[in-house]
Design a protein around this ligand. Structure first.
Ligand code: BES
Ligand code: ZN
Length: 466
């Protein structure tokens, strides 16, 4: 039966490419209110696709923010039900002048499809839509039951999704969650991801004098808030790259020897990595390898800092205010609320008396480790090998998908992270792309995954009952 599905995929590649370009053309930037109508249009496009491919009970469900698109196909009684999660919203495109082709015009160059959202995450959502379509249109059914939950606020912290999932527990009942919103280890090296970092995102504002001041008349007598904040931020890492926020490492789970050894066996080169990033030298916490720093160690980054005069030419001014956005990536067993609290206390403690300080927590999410011996992951391993012709590796990721932990907490479900992106696909940056081998390999893998899952589910049920 699979050969019919796979040959359907094969013979519809051109159409898929043109359809995904329609999806990518919708400017569904969730953080910018000017795009609210585009977000709605994108939800409608997603719902329309779901109807076309044969999903039932397709619904656009309102939240306090952007809508969630839901649908289901439950025609395989007795077979497992997956809850497929993804997002149709995208990051802003600035700086737009650095894009080689327009961000909302899908363009193929060198075997890659360029556009905002091509990899994160519309392209990967589309992979599943078309894998489902191929099954439905060639053999008229799916080997498993599927519920789809595609949201529009992932890139801005999924503020309304916890409530939605809590309110829709019955609708979302399933056996496991599947998410394709992460990367494979490298091109030609498929992988299953089993860990994501959490996040605590903060904003800090320092106020000095009650007005901007002439830097000649007042400079020398007043602590410039930009200087004060720079001094504070510079002190947040010590000379070994360790974060100095008091108590920050208290709950960090130590890497096991086995995991460190497993990382060492992965095909990785610091030299190549630095070269790819245009760096002469890498940076990070002393005592850890790059992969450990990326996947299993917490970090603190200044994402942006602003204040004073940044316009054309020169203006002599001693600014009244300065602000920065600072985020912390978290690992098991840290909690984002605790990290936010520790950060706030620390910043208030180190703020000099010359300024007043305001610290705000913007959003957060918990780190996740998913079990690798679960039937879902074992089915994914077989599916990836069939889809890409190579046994997958196990890896963690540095990014965050906060809903993963909430699916466990609210619905009791484990997640399989079946990512088809690549680490260098410029997610959140200019010239985002998805590699077309992965795009179509991803569709094949999904078809195999749907097909394999019942086998593993059955055998795991049996062994559980023993
Ligand atoms: N697709 C990413 C998550 C991701 C990135 C997974 C890299 C694995 C590797 C997702 O869309 C994303 O960017 N998430 C945000 C979450 C935040 C807004 C709460 C992130 O990680 O910054
Ligand atoms: Zn994403």
């Amino acid at each position: 039966m699979q050969s019919e599905v796979l040959s359907y995929l094969e013979s519809n590649k051109d159409r898929y490419l043109s359809e995904v370009k329609d999806f990518l053309a919708i400017q569904s930037v969730s953080s910018q209110t000017i795009h609210n109508a585009d977000i709605r249009r994108c939800a409608e496009w997603t719902a329309g696709q779901m109807r076309t491919i044969g999903m039932n009970n397709v619904r656009i469900m309102d939240t306090a923010g952007h809508p969630v698109v839901y649908s289901e196909w439950l025609g395989a009684p007795g077979k497992p039900t997956i809850l497929l999660y993804g997002h149709y919203d995208v990051q802003p495109v600035d700086p737009i002048n650095l894009w080689t082709s327009p961000p909302f015009e899908g363009t193929v160059r060198d075997g890659n499809l360029y556009a905002r959202g091509s990899s994160d995450d519309k392209g990967q959502v589309f992979i599943h839509l078309k894998a489902v379509e191929a099954c439905m249109k060639s053999i008229g059914s799916l080997p498993i039951n599927i519920k789809m939950l595609i949201e529009g606020e992932e890139e801005v912290g999924s503020a309304n999704l916890d409530k939605f999932v809590n309110e829709q527990k019955d609708l979302l009942k399933a056996d496991l969650v599947v998410i394709s919103d992460s990367s494979m280890f490298a091109k030609g090296v498929p992988s299953v991801c089993y860990g994501l970092r959490g996040l605590a995102y903060m904003e800090v504002e320092l106020t000095g004098p009650n007005s901007d001041l002439h830097s000649g008349s007042f400079g020398g007598s007043v602590h410039n808030p930009i200087q004060a904040l720079s001094e504070m931020i510079a002190s947040l890492h010590d000379k070994d790259g360790k974060i100095t926020v008091k108590g920050f490492y208290d709950d960090v789970r130590t890497l096991t020897k086995a995991e460190r050894n497993a990382y060492k066996k992965l095909p990785w080169s610091d030299k190549k990595y630095a070269k790819q990033l245009g760096l002469k030298q890498l940076y990070g916490e002393k005592g850890f390898t790059t992969l450990e720093r990326l996947w299993a160690r917490p970090t603190l980054e200044c994402n942006g800092i602003w204040g004073g005069y940044t316009g054309e030419g020169a203006k002599t001014v001693l600014p009244a205010k300065v602000s920065a956005k600072i985020s912390m990536r978290l690992v098991p067993d840290q909690s984002s609320a605790k990290a936010a609290k520790l950060f706030e206390q620390h910043m208030k403690r180190i703020a000099p008396k010359t300024v007043s300080i305001k610290v705000t927590a913007l959003h957060g999410g918990e780190p996740a480790i998913t079990p690798i011996n679960s039937p879902g992951v074992q089915a994914a391993v077989v599916a990836l090998e069939k889809g890409f012709g190579k046994k997958p590796l196990y890896q963690r990721e540095g990014g965050s998908i906060p809903i993963v932990v909430q699916f466990k907490n609210i619905l009791g479900l484990d997640t399989v992270l079946l990512g088809f992106g690549l680490p260098d696909e410029n997610a959140h940056a200019p010239n985002e792309f998805i590699n077309l081998d992965n795009f179509f390999g991803g569709m094949r893998t999904c078809v195999h995954f749907y097909d394999e899952l019942p086998n593993f589910w059955r055998s795991s049920k049996k062994s559980r009952n023993k």
